[in-house]
Write a new protein. Structure first.
Length: 233
């Protein structure tokens, strides 16, 4: 049996478009795990539709714990299943990532199979305010200053993680968005390679739970980088 990729999607109050997105992902011959992180009852129909799809598992938190905890729930599930898994790709539930972005990440695993792959977003999109571009660059420079590693997008939610790295990632602190950056800091300390692959434009959509998936608030990012520096120096 060939090693498979598992797509992990943490979801809080997703629109029904998530169902169509998952249906398209299934054509890539992947397994999909969606974590309902305490969504409101009015979104129950979305998750019920997902449960009806083949090769799609829905795990449920009875209350909202945060993206970090949702990802760890997905990691635990992958480690417990018996099928042979090569690694996981974490994907946003609110349309931040296109099918092409996910395909590009999976193709990259054939080259960068020994480390974590980050999908680097293009912040020069007309859909994004200019301030987001400069905020992202500032966060990258601060991260490099403190941790001596240049990364263009420290908050991207589109990542490939080899299965063997899930064992220690389950214990990395962070229940909410802070888990994304904590993951990178711990990977650097463990000398795990971090690779960057360009993907599509960063997206900021109205009426979405964008802050659940990929934080754009510069002060929160800077505060988190500083906290990690103090904790790990």
């Amino acid at each position: 049996m060939l090693e498979q990729i598992v797509i992990i999607i943490p979801a809080l109050n997703p629109l029904h478009t998530l169902v169509q997105f998952v249906e398209k992902l299934q054509k890539m011959n992947v397994e999909i795990v969606v974590i309902n992180d305490g969504s409101d009852e009015k979104y129950a129909a979305v998750f019920q539709s997902l449960r009806q799809l083949p090769r799609c598992t829905v795990l449920t938190h009875e209350q909202n714990f945060g993206k970090g905890r949702a990802l760890k729930t997905g990691f635990d599930y992958v480690l417990k299943v018996s099928r042979k898994v090569k690694g996981v790709v974490t994907v946003g539930a609110h349309g931040q990532h296109s099918i092409l972005d996910v395909q590009q990440m999976i193709s990259s695993t054939k080259i960068f199979s020994d480390g974590i792959i980050l999908g680097v977003r293009d912040f020069k999109s007309t859909d994004m305010p200019t301030s987001s571009f400069f905020n992202n660059r500032a966060a990258s420079m601060l991260f490099e200053l403190f941790f001596h590693k240049r990364l263009l997008d420290t908050q991207t939610g589109l990542r490939y993680i080899p299965k063997q790295e899930l064992l220690w990632l389950r214990h990395v602190p962070g229940e909410t968005f802070n888990f994304d950056l904590n993951m990178l800091v711990k990977a650097i300390k463990r000398n795990i390679p971090l690779y960057e692959v360009p993907i599509g434009h960063a997206k900021l959509k109205k009426n979405s739970v964008i802050y659940y998936d990929e934080v754009l608030n510069p002060m929160k990012i800077i505060q988190q980088i500083w906290t990690n520096f103090l904790r790990n120096r």
